[in-house]
Design a protein around this ligand. Structure first.
Ligand SMILES: [Zn+2]
Length: 209
């Protein structure tokens, strides 16, 4: 069962992921003639108007992944020096909403961005120096490095690549979209393990996608 709130993955013509779009946006791209090709499975069939001459009703099949022309090319985002913008929402998703000190999972409102090496001690506000931390752990750590506060990181913070970043921004990602993005993750991506686990869980509970 597919509901209309599944987002469509938009890529550039070379297949590099660009963004998630709603089905309305995808329809617009189809009508503007920007869709170069599609992959992934057919998600929705959208009915258009009737052709006055033929009486036929137009329809477009929306795929889960669409490659578009005329868009900003994503190639700049796969260059080695590229770093996706840092924001709490994606950071918390990177860390799977788990406090990187106590290992418990929290909702977004209970998490904060912790600077492993505090800003006041020369730490930077960059992906490699920030982790999700619950407010309790963050308060306890205060203006200290983890070891000074008797804390230990449960995972090493990492800078997501562009493909990982797009994945982290996704909602209710479909299996084919996941496979498409995952193929572009670095081999050593820490996300592989999490995704493998999620796949195993999904296999055990096929009703929950
Ligand atoms: Zn904590």
């Amino acid at each position: 069962m597919t509901s209309l709130d599944h987002h469509i993955l938009r890529t550039d013509v070379s297949g590099l992921p660009l963004e998630w779009v709603t089905y309305q946006d995808a329809v617009r791209l189809y009508y503007l003639g920007h869709v170069a090709y599609t992959c992934g499975r057919s998600l929705y069939r959208v009915r258009g108007g009737y052709n006055a001459a033929t009486g036929q009703r137009s329809a477009i099949d929306l795929s889960s992944i669409i490659a578009t022309e005329g868009a900003t090319q994503a190639s700049v985002k796969v260059s080695p020096g590229y770093t996706p913008p840092l924001n709490n929402e994606t950071l918390f998703r990177r860390d799977d909403h788990i406090c990187m000190y106590c290992g418990n999972r929290f909702r977004t409102s209970m998490l904060s961005r912790d600077h492993v090496r505090p800003i006041s001690r020369g730490g930077q506000d960059i992906w490699n120096n920030v982790v999700a931390a619950c407010k309790r752990c963050n308060n306890h750590k205060g203006d200290r490095r983890p070891e000074q506060a008797g804390l230990e990181l449960i995972a090493v913070p990492f800078t997501p690549t562009h493909a990982e970043y797009i994945y982290l921004q996704g909602r209710r990602i479909l299996a084919d979209q996941m496979a498409f993005l995952r193929a572009q993750f670095p081999r050593r991506s820490p996300l592989h393990q999490r995704l493998t686990l999620a796949e195993e869980l999904a296999r055990e509970r096929p009703d929950h996608s």
